[in-house]
Structures are given as C-alpha cells and as structure tokens.
Design a protein around this ligand. Sequence first.
Ligand code: ADP
Ligand code: MG
Length: 495
Amino acid sequence: MTTSSERKDAIYEVVKDIRPDFWMPFMIGSLLILLVVAFITDYNIRQSEKVLGEQMADKGIRAIWLFENVVMEKVQFKSSEARNDYIRRLGTEDDFAFIAVTNNEGRFLVHSNMQKIGSYINIRDNDEMTGFWGRVERLLPNKDSQGSRWGFVNINGERLFLVHRVYGESVRQGTIRFLHPEITEFLNTQNVNHVFAAIYPKTLQEDIAKYRRKAFNLALWILGAASVILWMFSLINKVVNTRKNMRVAEKTIKSMREEVRQLEKEVSKKEKLAAIGDLAAGVAHEIRNPLSSIKGYATYFAEHFPENSREHKAATIMVQEVERLNRVVGELMGVSRPTDIKKIAIPIDGVLESCAAILQADAGQLGITFRINGRGKVISMDPDRIKQAVLNICLNAIEAIRDEKAGGVQKDYVIELKVTERDRNYCLIIKDNGPGIDKDVLGRIFDPYFTTKAEGTGLGLINVSKILEAHGGSIEVESEKGVGTVFKLYLPKRG
Ligand code: ADP
Ligand code: MG
C-alpha cells in the first residue's frame, strides 16, 4: 500500500508532464550547435582568406620578380622607352595599382607612374616612432620563407593589397640603367632596398565574399538539420517520459483503488460485527445459564451409567457438545463485549505460563513441545484478555497440528512463545511448525465467521484482533504452506 506522500509525488509527476519540458534542452542544444558551427565557419573563412591572400601575394611576387629582371636589364628591350612602357604596364594592368622601389625612408626611386618618383609612399599606422621599416613589418604581417611580406594597407585613402620584398643584393650590384634622369643619382647614393607591388583587392574581396556566403549557407543548413534532429530527440524523450508517468499514474490509481477496496472491506466487517454484537449479547446471555445446568445433568447421567453403555456414550457426547456450545457462546460474547480493558503493568511470564499449563494436556497428547522465550518483560496490559488472545492463537495451532497429524504427517511439533521488542512496541511472537495457511485463505482469517474447520466458529481471531485493538496494539501474520505460521502481537510500550 502506498503512503499519501508517495501518492502526492506520483500525482505531481503526472501533472508536471503537462508542462512542455523539452524547450530548455532544445534551446541549450541549439545554442551549442550554433556556437560550434560559428566556430567552424569562422575557422574555414580565415583559412580560405589565408589561401586566397597567399595566391594574391604570389601574383605580386611574380610581378616583382619580373620587374627586378626588367630593371636589371636581364630582359632586353628595343629602347628604354619600350622598357619604361613595359614597367608602366606591369604596374597598372591586371588589377595592379603600382609597382615601385623606395629607399629606406620610403621615398620612391622607381615607380610605374613616373610622376610619383621622388615622393614618399604614404603608409601610416598608429605608431610613427618605429620608422619606415617597422611600419612595413607591422602593416604587412604575412611573410614567406624568402622574406616577402604582404597584407592590406590604406594608401592615400585607398585599400590596397601590398606585397613587399627587400631588393636583392644581386640586383643592387647589377648594372641598372635608370628610368628617369633624376633617379640615377638616388640609386648611386642611396641604399636602395624596398620593392612594392600594390594590387587592387577587388577580386580577392569578391572571392572572399563569395566564400563567406557559401560558408554561411552551409552553416545554416547544418544548424537547421541539427535542430530538426534535436527536436525529434526531445519529442521522443517526451513521449517516453509521458509513458513512464502514465505508468506511475496507473500504478497510483491502482493502489488507491486497492486502498478503497480495503477500506470498504473493513467497513463491512465492522458493520457485520456490530450486528453480531447486538444479537449475540442478548442471546449469549440467555443461553449461558441453561447450558451449565444441561452440562451438569449430562455429567450426572454419564456417571450413573456403565462406561461402555449407549447411555454413557450419549451423555458424554452431550457434555462435549455443551462444551462446544459454551465455547461458541463465549467467543460470541467476546466479540460483542465492549472493549473495556483494565491495564496493569505486570511481567508477561505469568500469562505465558498459564497458557502453556492450560494447553499442556491437549498438546502433550499430540506430542507438541511448548517453548517460552524472552521472559521478564513487564508489559502494560489486561492480563486476562491477553491470555485469552494467546490461548485462541495457540488453540488454532494445536487444532491445525491435530488435523495435519490425522492426515498422517509425522514431525517434531513445536509451538514457541517469544517476547521481543520492536521500536515502540513489545512483540509477542507465537510460532508453530504446523501445516501453514493457504495464500488465498490467509487474507480472510480475521474475517468474522471465516473458518476452515467443520466445528469452527470463525470468531477466534476476530476476538484476538479486537483485544489488541483495545490495547492500542496490532496483529500480523505470516505463514507458509508446509512450514508453519507466525503470529506477531504488538503491544505499545507506553499505553
Ligand atoms: P476457527 O478457529 O473457529 O476456525 P479462527 O478465527 O480462530 O476460527 O481461525 C480462522 C481460521 O484461520 C482457521 O479456521 C484456520 O483455517 C486458520 N488458522 C488460524 N491459525 C492457524 C494456524 N496456526 N495454522 C493453520 N491455520 C490456522
Ligand atoms: Mg480458533
């Protein structure tokens, strides 16, 4: 049987499920996926920008290489005009903004646009203290193993992809015929060492933009797919949870029903008892007195006839039947009697021993051993009523053993009376190794009038439970077919 707090929990479980519980994990999951996708996309874009930048740098380096060869006159031209023209085209065609040589201060010595010669390359950054070379190093962060550098730079308000190389030693030693009359002097006196190729980054930017769009689309797709999967997962999860909760709810309802049924049973039992009580109290009282005189006469007759005569036998049977009637009446009165008990605190030993003494004759005949354990406990009780309860239970055990023996079973039978303590109760244990009780019978043995015996009244155990109830105690039974039966009588330590 479930307790009421367990039931509340179970109901809460059911109610909780009505709330949409999968949004939280769904949102968190989506956010995580978003972060991962963003990270991967960002990494991809950076990577591709690097590759595209390298391709662009390659283009610039190749142009510079050509330029150097032309300047060194390794390539022959018909005239110096043709060569100048070639340099001009090299630095202007195919996305090139310019191609030039500067000295250490950044002054143009050679330029594809001759008008620029003598002016300064206008690359600036925040730190003007580092000088020209420091600026180049900082503004062009990418470089290759040959010492070429590249990067994006603003020159005169224009964003350009600038490739730089230190003018080779061999170049300086080569015969250089100069392109502008003014330069000759410069080159002879200055330490020439920087070549720049500037490229309009339009195509690069277009490529990057295209790639970004692609990466972004891919990220969106991944995100969408992941969300759908996640959503499906949480849906499945919800279904599973709902099922689980349904099962809990079903179980709870079942146990509630079981409880209601139990209560109904108890009520009907109480009603039955009340009815018996009224009737029995009256009838039993009327029957008691005549019964004792009938028994007296029957005993008298039995004594006055020879032992084996029919009359003697009849009188003896009469005595036995009257005794039985007496018992039934006694039990009936026990059930109907108001539960007035007079508690006193006395050792239980007396009760146990007097029970054993009363039952000794019957038990001895059947070869049953009585064992008493746990003497000395002082218990607050009505000793007469407790004795009656113990007697009833022991009588049942003896009767059960008698029936089993009659069926031909041979065993060393033992009835054990034992007193222990459990929590706030004393526990009086009455254990037999008789035939035990069938499972389907066990639940009914406390019902009034329930008996499995031809001669039974079915009122013994109901009396016992009434007696314990009146003491504020309770009774439990365990039994296994073929092993035996244990009754546990709980009596509170403090009344
Ligand atoms: P009665 O003894 O008149 O049958 P009780 O209320 O005393 O009525 O007992 C009810 C039933 O419980 C008995 O008929 C018997 O079937 C069963 N019972 C009780 N105690 C034992 C026991 N120790 N061993 C086997 N069966 C028992
Ligand atoms: Mg009985």
